[in-house]
Design a protein around this ligand. Structure first.
Ligand SMILES: NC(=O)c1ccc[n+]([C@@H]2O[C@H](COP(=O)([O-])OP(=O)(O)OC[C@H]3O[C@@H](n4cnc5c(N)ncnc54)[C@H](O)[C@@H]3O)[C@@H](O)[C@H]2O)c1
Length: 441
């Protein structure tokens, strides 16, 4: 009994003395190896899988325009009547995406089948004139945009068409107060931009530039976001160099009525560069020259909006001084294009962003007459203090390093703002009301 328990092999083993090995199964060793590897070398497989995937994504071509087309779901959120971009700009915009415009690295490729992840962007002053057009472009590109605005000169109506879009947020906030947000980029536009508004409370104006540090530390420095400052051609003051290059340091009156703005913007440039040098904040600086377009404040004292509003209301066009002082006028879509290129590019600046076409005030008045009302009268008034005699940007740096130059001439751009002004002045909501209607009514 005991032996049976100890040895049962005799029952199962063949009785023959001759040892014949089991027939060799051809796949046995392979399957054994596979089982072993699967059991013991899982990690190795993970690495091999990653390597193969990386190889495929690197070798195969990237998707050219992964998420934005002119008729994408984002663009359709913006009615045609309020985009205000000339056709060429819209086409150019979509081709900009194909170039990888919109990622932190403009040349970065997006692997086939993967959607480009939109950026999270703050636009301070996004409910204002320039800011709202910028917001339109960023949303259309697929980014998430947070507008921060205290509505001093901006209007909710400028961004209302984005309400309900999950990629859009609006925060009523004064940028002099600290604000903590997690973002990739900050376009800083919040600032009263017209003389009427920045002279309204000059102390607050100049202080708001100094308190820019709250914005830079709370948003840019803390989370490593890129910060773009919208400075101004006013940093050149009444320039002694013509046209103005970025290397020119300007001729600014430090104690005049415009100084709260001019010197404030110069201070903002200084602070921006000091944060860059001292704290490694990634910054960009744009020096914006006179810009016009739909959604400009009516009656804010800026010459283009003044003339257009006066011509529409059949009032005389008020020319300050002898009307021989010059300015260059840039259509807003050109500016937005320049700002986005600057933000996405590798160069800090400062960059002049303006249209080098130079017009005297009288010539501008003539274009307004041609466009809106040939019978509009011109009325001369004494000039305002510290009004610069000449302004014209040298944009060779932006051309060379950003590949940017304005496309919309004054004669082409002016009509694009007339229907918007008519709607706001007369509450005329007729779609497609154009300059001919304006001048014949
Ligand atoms: N439009 C131009 O011709 C021009 C020229 C040079 C520079 N810029 C600069 O571009 C930027 C935008 O100008 P714009 O023409 O759109 O002016 P805008 O007045 O239409 O827009 C400015 C926006 O900032 C908001 N704002 C002002 N102070 C604020 C504060 N403390 N906190 C939060 N929001 C505040 C306003 O409510 C408004 O929505 C400004 O920084 C301006 O200095 C504009």
């Amino acid at each position: 009994m005991g032996s049976e328990l100890i040895y049962r092999g005799s029952e199962t083993q063949p009785s023959s003395d001759s040892y014949s090995p089991k027939p060799v199964k051809p796949w046995a060793s392979v399957t054994r190896t596979i089982h072993y590897l699967l059991r013991e070398q899982r990690l190795l497989f993970v690495f091999v899988g990653i390597a193969i995937a990386t190889l495929i994504f690197t070798v195969f071509p990237t998707s050219p325009a992964p998420y934005v087309a002119p008729h994408s779901r984002f663009t359709t959120l913006i009615p045609d009547s309020i985009t205000y971009f000339p056709i060429e700009t819209q086409q150019k915009f979509s081709s900009a995406h194909r170039l990888g415009f919109g990622s932190a690295n403009p040349t970065s490729k997006i692997p086939l089948g993967l959607k480009r992840k939109g950026l999270r962007i703050v636009v301070t002053g996004g409910a204002g004139f320039v800011g709202s057009h910028l917001v339109d472009r960023l949303i259309a590109r697929g980014d998430s945009v947070i507008v921060v605005d205290n509505f001093f000169t901006g209007r909710k109506q400028n961004v209302m068409h984005h309400f309900g879009n999950p990629n859009f947020e609006l925060i009523r906030h004064d940028v002099v107060e600290p604000l903590l947000l997690e973002v990739d980029q900050i376009y800083h536009l919040a600032c009263p931009a017209s003389p009427v508004h920045y002279k309204f409370n000059p102390v607050k104006t100049i202080i708001s530039f100094i308190l820019l540090q709250n914005l830079i530390t709370g948003l840019a420095k803390r989370v490593g976001a890129r910060f773009l400052l919208t400075s101004t051609s006013e940093v050149y003051g009444d320039p002694l160099q013509h046209p103005q290059k970025e290397t020119y340091w300007g001729n600014v009156n430090p104690i005049g009525v415009r100084s709260c703005y001019d010197e404030g913007k110069r201070t903002a440039e200084t602070l921006t560069m000091d944060y860059h040098r001292g704290a490694g904040v990634e910054v960009r600086i744009a020096r914006i020259f006179n810009t016009y377009g739909p959604r400009m404040c009516i009656d804010d004292g800026r010459v283009v909006s003044n003339f257009v509003a006066q011509a529409i209301r059949k009032e005389p066009l008020t020319v300050y001084g002898d009307g021989k002082q010059t300015r260059s006028f840039q259509y807003v879509s050109d500016l937005v294009e320049g700002l986005m290129r600057l933000m996405e590019g590798e160069h800090i600046g400062p960059f002049n962003l303006g249209n080098p076409g130079e017009f005297t005030m009288l010539e501008l008045a003539e274009v307004v007459q041609e466009t809106i009302d040939p019978n509009a009268k011109i009325e001369f008034r004494p000039n305002t203090e510290d009004d610069p005699h000449k302004r014209k940007p040298d944009i060779s740096r932006a051309k060379e390093l950003l590949g940017w130059e304005p496309k919309v001439s004054l004669r082409k751009g002016l009509p694009l703002m007339v229907s918007d002004f008519r709607q706001r002045i007369f509450g005329d909501h007729k779609e497609g009301s154009n300059t001919n209607n304006a001048s014949s009514s």
